[in-house]
Ligand binder design. Sequence first.
Ligand code: AVI
Length: 321
Amino acid sequence: MAQLSQPAQNCVAQDEIQQQLVAGLLAAHAHTSPKYLYDVLGSRLFAAICELPEYYPTRTETAIFALHAQQIAAAVGPDAILIDLGAGNCSKAARLFPSLQPRQYVAVDISVQFLEEAVNALQQQFPQIEMTCLGMDFSSELELPAALGMDRRQFFYPGSSIGNFAPLEALMFLRRIRKGIGSSDGSGLLIGVDLIKDKAILNPAYDDSLGVTAAFNLNLLHHVNRLLDADFRPKDWRHRAFYNSEQHRIEMHLEARHELTVHWQNGGVRRFARGERIHTESSYKYTREGFVDMLQQAGFGAVQTWCDPNNWFMVCHAQVA
Ligand code: AVI
Protein backbone atom coordinates (compact mmCIF):
# COMPACT_ATOMS: atom_id res chain seq x y z
CA MET A 1 0.00 0.00 0.00
CA ALA A 2 1.45 3.32 -1.01
CA GLN A 3 1.01 6.47 1.01
CA LEU A 4 1.08 9.78 -0.79
CA SER A 5 0.99 12.85 1.36
CA GLN A 6 1.03 16.43 0.28
CA PRO A 7 2.72 18.34 3.08
CA ALA A 8 1.58 21.79 1.92
CA GLN A 9 -2.08 20.74 2.06
CA ASN A 10 -1.77 18.11 4.75
CA CYS A 11 -1.42 20.29 7.79
CA VAL A 12 -3.40 23.49 7.51
CA ALA A 13 -1.54 25.89 9.83
CA GLN A 14 -2.92 25.98 13.36
CA ASP A 15 -3.15 29.76 13.41
CA GLU A 16 -5.19 29.78 10.20
CA ILE A 17 -7.68 27.41 11.85
CA GLN A 18 -7.79 29.60 14.95
CA GLN A 19 -8.28 32.81 12.98
CA GLN A 20 -11.09 31.24 10.96
CA LEU A 21 -12.82 29.96 14.08
CA VAL A 22 -12.54 33.25 15.95
CA ALA A 23 -13.86 35.21 12.94
CA GLY A 24 -16.91 32.91 12.84
CA LEU A 25 -17.54 33.19 16.58
CA LEU A 26 -17.32 36.99 16.50
CA ALA A 27 -19.60 37.40 13.46
CA ALA A 28 -23.02 39.01 14.04
CA HIS A 29 -24.57 35.60 13.33
CA ALA A 30 -21.99 33.34 14.96
CA HIS A 31 -21.04 30.31 12.87
CA THR A 32 -18.44 27.55 12.67
CA SER A 33 -17.39 25.32 9.77
CA PRO A 34 -19.02 21.85 9.86
CA LYS A 35 -15.52 20.34 9.72
CA TYR A 36 -15.20 21.08 13.46
CA LEU A 37 -17.93 18.50 14.11
CA TYR A 38 -15.39 15.79 13.26
CA ASP A 39 -12.81 15.26 15.97
CA VAL A 40 -12.28 11.62 17.04
CA LEU A 41 -15.46 11.53 19.16
CA GLY A 42 -17.41 13.49 16.54
CA SER A 43 -16.48 10.94 13.86
CA ARG A 44 -17.67 8.13 16.14
CA LEU A 45 -20.91 9.96 16.88
CA PHE A 46 -21.45 10.49 13.16
CA ALA A 47 -20.96 6.73 12.61
CA ALA A 48 -23.66 6.18 15.27
CA ILE A 49 -25.97 8.69 13.52
CA CYS A 50 -25.70 6.58 10.36
CA GLU A 51 -27.20 3.64 12.34
CA LEU A 52 -30.20 5.63 13.66
CA PRO A 53 -33.66 4.69 12.44
CA GLU A 54 -34.45 8.38 11.76
CA TYR A 55 -31.27 8.99 9.68
CA TYR A 56 -32.42 7.59 6.33
CA PRO A 57 -29.57 8.80 3.98
CA THR A 58 -26.97 6.10 4.74
CA ARG A 59 -29.22 3.07 4.50
CA THR A 60 -31.14 4.50 1.52
CA GLU A 61 -27.93 5.12 -0.42
CA THR A 62 -26.65 1.63 0.45
CA ALA A 63 -29.92 0.14 -0.83
CA ILE A 64 -29.64 2.09 -4.11
CA PHE A 65 -26.06 0.85 -4.63
CA ALA A 66 -27.19 -2.74 -3.92
CA LEU A 67 -30.31 -2.63 -6.07
CA HIS A 68 -28.66 -0.99 -9.10
CA ALA A 69 -25.19 -2.50 -8.72
CA GLN A 70 -25.00 -3.80 -12.30
CA GLN A 71 -26.14 -0.58 -13.97
CA ILE A 72 -23.86 1.51 -11.75
CA ALA A 73 -20.93 -0.79 -12.55
CA ALA A 74 -21.72 -0.49 -16.27
CA ALA A 75 -21.73 3.32 -16.01
CA VAL A 76 -18.42 3.41 -14.10
CA GLY A 77 -16.78 0.69 -16.20
CA PRO A 78 -14.11 -1.80 -15.05
CA ASP A 79 -10.41 -1.14 -14.39
CA ALA A 80 -10.97 2.36 -13.07
CA ILE A 81 -8.84 4.29 -10.62
CA LEU A 82 -11.45 4.78 -7.88
CA ILE A 83 -10.68 7.99 -5.97
CA ASP A 84 -12.69 7.99 -2.72
CA LEU A 85 -13.10 11.54 -1.35
CA GLY A 86 -13.59 11.50 2.44
CA ALA A 87 -12.99 7.75 2.53
CA GLY A 88 -13.13 7.44 6.36
CA ASN A 89 -13.20 3.72 7.16
CA CYS A 90 -13.47 2.95 3.40
CA SER A 91 -16.52 0.74 3.97
CA LYS A 92 -18.70 2.35 1.29
CA ALA A 93 -16.13 1.86 -1.46
CA ALA A 94 -15.26 -1.64 -0.22
CA ARG A 95 -18.87 -2.74 -0.67
CA LEU A 96 -18.65 -1.69 -4.32
CA PHE A 97 -15.33 -3.41 -5.15
CA PRO A 98 -16.93 -6.73 -6.19
CA SER A 99 -19.22 -5.02 -8.73
CA LEU A 100 -17.00 -2.09 -9.82
CA GLN A 101 -13.73 -4.06 -9.98
CA PRO A 102 -11.40 -1.05 -9.98
CA ARG A 103 -7.72 -1.58 -10.83
CA GLN A 104 -6.62 0.98 -8.27
CA TYR A 105 -8.18 2.46 -5.13
CA VAL A 106 -7.10 5.85 -3.79
CA ALA A 107 -8.50 6.66 -0.33
CA VAL A 108 -8.44 10.42 0.35
CA ASP A 109 -9.14 12.00 3.73
CA ILE A 110 -7.81 14.68 6.06
CA SER A 111 -6.33 12.18 8.52
CA VAL A 112 -4.00 9.77 6.75
CA GLN A 113 -3.41 7.83 9.98
CA PHE A 114 -7.04 6.76 10.26
CA LEU A 115 -7.05 5.83 6.57
CA GLU A 116 -3.96 3.65 6.81
CA GLU A 117 -5.55 1.18 9.21
CA ALA A 118 -8.67 0.82 7.07
CA VAL A 119 -6.73 0.53 3.80
CA ASN A 120 -4.28 -2.02 5.24
CA ALA A 121 -7.19 -4.25 6.25
CA LEU A 122 -8.84 -3.83 2.83
CA GLN A 123 -5.63 -4.65 1.00
CA GLN A 124 -5.61 -8.13 2.60
CA GLN A 125 -9.16 -8.70 1.39
CA PHE A 126 -8.61 -7.38 -2.15
CA PRO A 127 -4.94 -8.07 -3.00
CA GLN A 128 -5.58 -7.60 -6.74
CA ILE A 129 -6.44 -3.88 -6.27
CA GLU A 130 -3.52 -1.46 -5.97
CA MET A 131 -4.27 0.75 -2.96
CA THR A 132 -3.01 4.21 -2.02
CA CYS A 133 -3.70 6.56 0.91
CA LEU A 134 -3.70 10.28 0.34
CA GLY A 135 -3.91 12.79 3.21
CA MET A 136 -5.33 16.12 2.11
CA ASP A 137 -8.09 18.62 2.88
CA PHE A 138 -9.81 18.14 -0.48
CA SER A 139 -12.60 20.61 0.40
CA SER A 140 -10.31 23.53 -0.39
CA GLU A 141 -7.77 22.03 -2.83
CA LEU A 142 -7.93 19.03 -5.14
CA GLU A 143 -4.51 18.78 -6.72
CA LEU A 144 -3.75 15.06 -7.04
CA PRO A 145 -0.15 13.84 -7.26
CA ALA A 146 1.07 13.41 -10.83
CA ALA A 147 2.09 9.83 -9.92
CA LEU A 148 -1.59 8.86 -10.12
CA GLY A 149 -2.52 7.84 -13.66
CA MET A 150 -4.97 9.99 -15.65
CA ASP A 151 -6.65 7.08 -17.42
CA ARG A 152 -10.16 6.11 -16.27
CA ARG A 153 -10.24 8.25 -13.13
CA GLN A 154 -13.55 7.77 -11.32
CA PHE A 155 -14.13 10.03 -8.32
CA PHE A 156 -16.42 8.65 -5.60
CA TYR A 157 -18.21 11.08 -3.27
CA PRO A 158 -21.02 9.24 -1.48
CA GLY A 159 -23.10 10.03 1.61
CA SER A 160 -24.59 13.35 0.39
CA SER A 161 -21.55 15.18 1.76
CA ILE A 162 -21.95 17.58 -1.18
CA GLY A 163 -24.97 18.90 0.77
CA ASN A 164 -22.68 20.35 3.45
CA PHE A 165 -21.42 22.94 0.93
CA ALA A 166 -23.57 25.97 0.09
CA PRO A 167 -24.78 25.67 -3.53
CA LEU A 168 -22.15 28.03 -4.99
CA GLU A 169 -19.35 26.30 -3.08
CA ALA A 170 -20.77 22.94 -4.23
CA LEU A 171 -20.58 24.11 -7.84
CA MET A 172 -16.97 25.23 -7.37
CA PHE A 173 -16.11 21.92 -5.69
CA LEU A 174 -17.68 19.97 -8.59
CA ARG A 175 -15.65 22.11 -11.02
CA ARG A 176 -12.46 21.20 -9.11
CA ILE A 177 -13.38 17.52 -9.36
CA ARG A 178 -14.13 17.92 -13.07
CA LYS A 179 -10.70 19.47 -13.53
CA GLY A 180 -9.02 16.73 -11.47
CA ILE A 181 -10.63 13.99 -13.56
CA GLY A 182 -8.95 15.06 -16.79
CA SER A 183 -10.50 14.21 -20.13
CA SER A 184 -9.76 10.54 -20.73
CA ASP A 185 -12.77 8.51 -21.91
CA GLY A 186 -14.21 6.31 -19.18
CA SER A 187 -13.59 8.88 -16.45
CA GLY A 188 -16.32 10.33 -14.28
CA LEU A 189 -17.88 10.98 -10.89
CA LEU A 190 -20.13 8.73 -8.78
CA ILE A 191 -21.91 10.83 -6.16
CA GLY A 192 -24.72 10.50 -3.58
CA VAL A 193 -27.20 13.37 -3.16
CA ASP A 194 -30.00 13.86 -0.64
CA LEU A 195 -33.30 14.99 -2.18
CA ILE A 196 -35.90 17.53 -1.05
CA LYS A 197 -38.69 15.85 0.89
CA ASP A 198 -41.32 16.40 3.56
CA LYS A 199 -40.00 18.02 6.72
CA ALA A 200 -41.73 15.30 8.73
CA ILE A 201 -38.96 13.01 7.43
CA LEU A 202 -36.15 15.58 7.39
CA ASN A 203 -36.48 17.10 10.86
CA PRO A 204 -36.24 13.87 12.91
CA ALA A 205 -33.26 12.74 10.79
CA TYR A 206 -31.32 15.67 12.31
CA ASP A 207 -33.01 15.70 15.73
CA ASP A 208 -33.30 12.06 16.69
CA SER A 209 -35.11 10.68 19.70
CA LEU A 210 -31.95 9.26 21.36
CA GLY A 211 -30.18 12.61 21.20
CA VAL A 212 -27.18 11.26 19.23
CA THR A 213 -27.27 14.16 16.76
CA ALA A 214 -27.56 16.56 19.71
CA ALA A 215 -24.40 15.01 21.22
CA PHE A 216 -22.67 15.23 17.81
CA ASN A 217 -23.52 18.94 17.58
CA LEU A 218 -22.65 19.77 21.22
CA ASN A 219 -19.35 17.88 20.95
CA LEU A 220 -18.20 20.62 18.57
CA LEU A 221 -17.85 22.81 21.68
CA HIS A 222 -15.30 20.40 23.23
CA HIS A 223 -13.39 20.45 19.95
CA VAL A 224 -13.43 24.26 19.80
CA ASN A 225 -12.30 24.38 23.46
CA ARG A 226 -9.23 22.33 22.54
CA LEU A 227 -8.48 24.31 19.38
CA LEU A 228 -8.88 27.75 20.97
CA ASP A 229 -8.30 27.02 24.64
CA ALA A 230 -11.87 28.27 25.11
CA ASP A 231 -14.33 27.70 27.98
CA PHE A 232 -17.56 26.65 26.25
CA ARG A 233 -19.72 24.46 28.53
CA PRO A 234 -21.95 22.10 26.53
CA LYS A 235 -24.61 22.14 29.25
CA ASP A 236 -25.16 25.86 28.58
CA TRP A 237 -26.23 25.04 25.01
CA ARG A 238 -29.12 23.28 23.31
CA HIS A 239 -29.13 21.45 19.95
CA ARG A 240 -31.46 22.94 17.34
CA ALA A 241 -32.02 21.39 13.91
CA PHE A 242 -34.78 22.22 11.44
CA TYR A 243 -35.55 22.28 7.73
CA ASN A 244 -35.43 25.73 6.14
CA SER A 245 -37.76 25.21 3.18
CA GLU A 246 -36.83 28.51 1.49
CA GLN A 247 -33.16 27.62 1.35
CA HIS A 248 -33.78 23.88 0.91
CA ARG A 249 -31.47 23.05 3.77
CA ILE A 250 -31.38 21.52 7.21
CA GLU A 251 -29.76 23.99 9.60
CA MET A 252 -28.01 22.84 12.75
CA HIS A 253 -27.43 25.40 15.47
CA LEU A 254 -26.29 25.51 19.09
CA GLU A 255 -28.55 27.81 21.11
CA ALA A 256 -27.52 29.49 24.37
CA ARG A 257 -29.83 28.34 27.21
CA HIS A 258 -29.21 31.60 29.09
CA GLU A 259 -27.06 34.70 28.80
CA LEU A 260 -23.40 33.71 28.97
CA THR A 261 -19.88 34.79 28.12
CA VAL A 262 -17.26 32.62 26.44
CA HIS A 263 -13.53 33.31 26.66
CA TRP A 264 -10.64 32.00 24.59
CA GLN A 265 -6.90 32.48 24.21
CA ASN A 266 -5.26 35.90 23.91
CA GLY A 267 -8.16 37.66 25.62
CA GLY A 268 -10.82 36.59 23.08
CA VAL A 269 -14.34 37.01 24.43
CA ARG A 270 -17.96 36.85 23.18
CA ARG A 271 -21.18 37.43 25.03
CA PHE A 272 -24.21 35.40 23.92
CA ALA A 273 -27.75 36.47 24.81
CA ARG A 274 -30.27 33.83 25.89
CA GLY A 275 -31.54 32.11 22.70
CA GLU A 276 -28.67 33.36 20.56
CA ARG A 277 -27.29 30.73 18.20
CA ILE A 278 -24.11 29.45 16.62
CA HIS A 279 -24.82 28.01 13.16
CA THR A 280 -22.75 24.81 13.01
CA GLU A 281 -23.89 23.06 9.82
CA SER A 282 -26.15 23.28 6.79
CA SER A 283 -27.20 20.23 4.85
CA TYR A 284 -28.63 21.22 1.46
CA LYS A 285 -31.22 19.08 -0.29
CA TYR A 286 -31.67 19.04 -4.06
CA THR A 287 -34.17 18.11 -6.74
CA ARG A 288 -33.00 15.57 -9.31
CA GLU A 289 -33.16 18.18 -12.09
CA GLY A 290 -31.44 20.86 -10.01
CA PHE A 291 -28.47 18.65 -9.21
CA VAL A 292 -28.09 17.28 -12.76
CA ASP A 293 -28.10 20.90 -13.95
CA MET A 294 -25.34 21.74 -11.45
CA LEU A 295 -23.23 18.80 -12.73
CA GLN A 296 -23.61 20.15 -16.24
CA GLN A 297 -22.71 23.68 -15.16
CA ALA A 298 -19.59 22.15 -13.61
CA GLY A 299 -18.61 20.81 -17.03
CA PHE A 300 -19.75 17.19 -16.88
CA GLY A 301 -21.41 15.43 -19.81
CA ALA A 302 -23.98 12.60 -19.70
CA VAL A 303 -25.51 11.93 -16.27
CA GLN A 304 -27.30 8.78 -15.12
CA THR A 305 -29.33 8.76 -11.91
CA TRP A 306 -30.79 6.08 -9.63
CA CYS A 307 -33.25 6.75 -6.77
CA ASP A 308 -35.00 4.71 -4.07
CA PRO A 309 -38.74 4.02 -4.46
CA ASN A 310 -39.63 7.00 -2.19
CA ASN A 311 -37.35 9.39 -4.13
CA TRP A 312 -35.59 10.35 -0.89
CA PHE A 313 -32.03 9.91 -2.15
CA MET A 314 -30.22 9.81 -5.47
CA VAL A 315 -27.00 8.30 -6.76
CA CYS A 316 -25.62 9.98 -9.92
CA HIS A 317 -22.91 9.01 -12.33
CA ALA A 318 -21.58 11.88 -14.44
CA GLN A 319 -19.25 11.24 -17.36
CA VAL A 320 -16.64 13.65 -18.57
CA ALA A 321 -18.11 15.68 -21.43
C1 AVI B 1 -21.87 14.24 6.49
N1 AVI B 1 -23.15 14.84 6.14
C2 AVI B 1 -23.58 14.41 4.80
C3 AVI B 1 -24.19 14.67 7.16
C4 AVI B 1 -25.52 15.34 6.67
O1 AVI B 1 -26.53 14.64 6.65
O2 AVI B 1 -25.49 16.50 6.31
C5 AVI B 1 -23.78 15.26 8.47
C6 AVI B 1 -24.83 15.18 9.55
N2 AVI B 1 -25.15 16.16 10.34
C7 AVI B 1 -26.10 15.76 11.17
N3 AVI B 1 -26.43 14.52 10.87
C8 AVI B 1 -25.63 14.15 9.87
